[in-house]
Design a protein around this ligand. Structure first.
Ligand SMILES: [Zn+2]
Ligand SMILES: [Zn+2]
Ligand SMILES: [Zn+2]
Length: 259
């Protein structure tokens, strides 16, 4: 059998289902369908990145995204799903404590404006550092949350480790440039190409370039075992981080004794 030939009679169904996903489908717009929801709020939000694509109320959308602050959400405005985001809905990301544990002295990111570059877009989030007595530096708090800070002083943006791992692998396998990659990520959230149409997020391409450069350097030092050396990174000798060529004959490694 030829799967492509067999698919042809179903093309209309596929197109119709694609269109159905753009609209409300058979969603109930009066009561929130989430199990045990008692908010009484109008269900009009849906998430494009969750497996569960049904609409729900603002309360359920927030409680379902405590651990997923970079998901792209939409709001039904009566005619179509328009853009909104979790920050607008009131989602706060707290660093320095286990998820769900409140901080007694939260410190908002500078200007309450923090940008995160992740795989599904460049997002503006409401980020709070821990200001408790035992609090670590803001940079370390970000790194522990697997967020690579753009600067070491008062960071205003970061990239997730997930997106940096993806980019590094893609740059090896597909030779994609940082510019093309960043533009694709940006368009995952706003495909108009116009910065005046929401979601409005400042260009962070140059930030991304700097982060990538630092990320690669840190990974190289980690792999070379420099983190376990008492002399630290400063004690790295010339050529120490180079990877040995596996094809070159090296005495004691891939050459027989008395060669
Ligand atoms: Zn989601
Ligand atoms: Zn609800
Ligand atoms: Zn705290």
């Amino acid at each position: 059998d030829n799967p492509l030939q067999l698919w042809i009679p179903y093309i209309d169904t596929y197109v119709e289902e694609f269109l159905r996903l753009e609209g409300l489908g058979d969603s109930d717009t009066n009561t929130c369908p989430k199990y045990l929801c008692q908010s009484g709020l109008e269900p009009k939000y849906r998430c494009n990145d969750c497996q569960d694509h049904q609409i729900c109320c603002a309360d359920c959308m927030l409680s379902g995204h405590v651990a997923q602050p970079y998901h792209r959400i939409q709001m039904w405005n009566g005619s179509f799903f328009s853009h909104t985001d979790l920050k607008e809905l009131g989602l706060k990301v707290q660093l320095g404590h286990p998820l769900g544990v409140p901080c007694t002295l939260p410190v908002a990111a500078y200007d309450n404006d923090f940008t995160v570059i992740d795989s599904d877009g460049v997002h503006q989030i409401s980020l709070f550092f821990c200001g408790c007595q035992q609090a670590l530096s803001h940079t370390v708090q970000l790194l522990r949350a697997r967020l690579f800070p753009s600067t070491t002083i008062a960071p205003k943006s970061a990239a997730t480790f997930r997106i940096l791992e993806t980019f590094q692998m893609l740059s090896f396998t597909s030779k994609v440039s940082a510019f093309e990659f960043y533009k694709a990520i940006e368009r995952r959230a706003n495909n108009t190409g116009c910065i005046l149409i929401p979601p409005i997020v400042q260009d962070r391409y140059h930030v991304f370039l700097r982060i990538i450069r630092e990320w690669r350097h840190v990974r190289m030092l980690k792999r070379a075992g420099r983190g376990h050396s008492a002399s630290g990174v400063k004690g790295t000798s010339s050529g120490e981080c180079a990877v040995l060529c596996p094809a070159c004959p090296l005495p004691g490694i891939n050459l027989p004794d008395n060669w």
